[in-house]
Design a protein around this ligand. Structure first.
Ligand code: ADP
Length: 411
């Protein structure tokens, strides 16, 4: 059973993967317009997790399930509870909490003796001066519960921190999440950053890919750009990252299922910035497929059910660019897609943004307008192809005119 939010872009990939593997996959989802009931899916009530769990339990009494998975951050906790209720392996409650709560992650690392940046909490309504004495600069301010680098802001001094707190609170207010919201402020960790995609099976961690991020993410905002795999790392560093991740999973209760983590490497030390009990976001999972010949979602399903999967290891270097939002505004069209696709080494250019869509840059934004994929024999050519393809893309925006509506009181 796959528990997915109503419009998850992961759902289609999991359905296709299940078909390839010959597994019966039932999609459980929420909402009036959900597709789940089509093809024997399950429509879950959205008002209460308990009601959803009851319904899943009833369904499991009718048909035994081999695994219950969540597709996204929003459903992994429910899926893990449902799995545990059925006696199926799943991540522990602590792992699920640290996946979606950045403060809980820092606290748990500190308790478990895992290297973590010094951090401070700004309570609701408090200013930086009131809350933070002895704070190191540069630091990074971030909301505790958003994802995709939304609201993550580097600050080099108190004035910047003050402005960042106001900006983060503005974002939380727009999201309806301001009430009671704490803001995390942590020491800025310089260094090279890598993302890691892994599968955990009953406590054993198997790294599928390490992605190098060749563009240094130094702020003030942290929109992702390019991932390339395999990374330009020696065996020793790969071993250090693999062992570090296994220790993190073991100490934080990541016991079963996919994990995605971000790590900074600085002066030979590993600093885990985050870990989540799901697959990589966006469409970056395609890189795993390019590398192994097997769709990431197939590997996740096979891992969940304990099915053997034979994978190959490509000699190529594969890359993805999460296309940056060039500026905020109403999109008319994107030009140059065919020229970008024609660049040597480019596998695909996917533009998700549509005409009339309002593009929002980081730190308030969270959606990349599209993705460029490359594949080549060498790191530098895979990287150069992404950059060249990107240069062909032109975002055309509609002119916008600020308007003020005033209501006349005279009759
Ligand atoms: P999210 O889960 O929203 O992506 P993260 O906490 O992972 O938020 O932060 C997003 C990015 O911001 C990280 O990948 C990293 O590049 C940068 N970042 C976050 N915290 C720090 C830090 N303490 N030091 C340096 N960079 C950081």
């Amino acid at each position: 059973m796959l528990i997915a939010p109503e419009r998850s872009y992961h759902t289609g990939a999991f359905i296709a993967a299940a078909q390839t593997l010959g597994i019966r996959l039932v999609v459980a989802s929420f909402g009036g317009a959900c597709l789940a009931p089509v093809e024997g899916g399950l429509r879950l009530p959205s008002h209460s997790a308990e009601a959803a769990l009851d319904l899943i339990a009833q369904e499991c009494r009718r048909h035994p399930y081999g695994a219950i998975l969540g597709s996204d951050d929003a459903t992994v906790a429910l899926a893990a509870r449902a799995a545990r209720d059925q006696g199926l392996p799943a991540n522990g409650a602590q792992a699920l909490k640290v996946s979606v709560d950045k403060l809980a992650f820092r606290q748990r690392c500190q308790q478990q003796g895992i290297r973590t940046p010094r951090f401070f909490v700004v309570e609701p309504g408090k200013t930086a001066q009131q809350a933070l004495t002895g704070l190191p600069f540069p630091c990074v301010a971030k909301p505790t519960g958003l994802s995709a680098s939304r609201g993550v802001i580097r600050c080099d001094d108190r004035a910047q921190l003050h402005a960042a707190l106001a900006r983060i609170r503005g974002l939380l207010k727009t999201e309806g999440k301001l009430a009671g919201a704490q803001i995390l402020v942590e020491e800025y960790i310089d260094g090279e950053e890598f993302a890691i995609e892994a599968l955990v099976r009953e406590g054993r961690v198997d790294v599928l890919a390490i992605f190098e991020k060749p563009d240094r993410l130094a702020g003030p905002f942290f929109e992702e750009t390019i991932y390339l795999t395999p990374p330009r790392l020696g065996e020793e560093r790969v071993g250090q990252i693999t062992t570090g991740l296994a220790e993190l999973c073991q100490k934080l209760g990541f016991f079963h299922g996919p994990v995605h983590a971000e790590v900074r490497v600085n002066a030979d030390e590993l600093w885990f910035i985050e870990i989540a009990s799901r697959t990589v976001g966006g469409r970056c999972g395609r890189l795993v497929e390019f590398q192994t010949g097997v769709r990431l979602e197939s590997l996740v399903l096979a891992n969940a059910l304990g099915l053997p999967q034979s994978v190959t290891q490509s000699e190529d270097v594969c890359g993805v660019m999460m296309i940056p939002v060039p500026k905020g505004g109403l999109l008319r069209r994107v030009e140059g897609i065919s020229a970008a696709r024609a660049v040597t080494g480019i596998v695909d250019v996917e533009i998700d943004a549509r005409e009339g869509q309002f593009l929002v840059p980081w730190p308030e934004g969270c959606a990349y307008p599209g993705f460029i994929f490359s594949r080549s024999h060498a790191f530098h050519t895979a990287l150069a192809a992404l950059r060249e393809a990107h240069r062909h893309l032109q975002f055309v925006f509609a002119p916008t005119f600020p308007a003020q509506i005033s209501r006349s009181t005279s009759s």
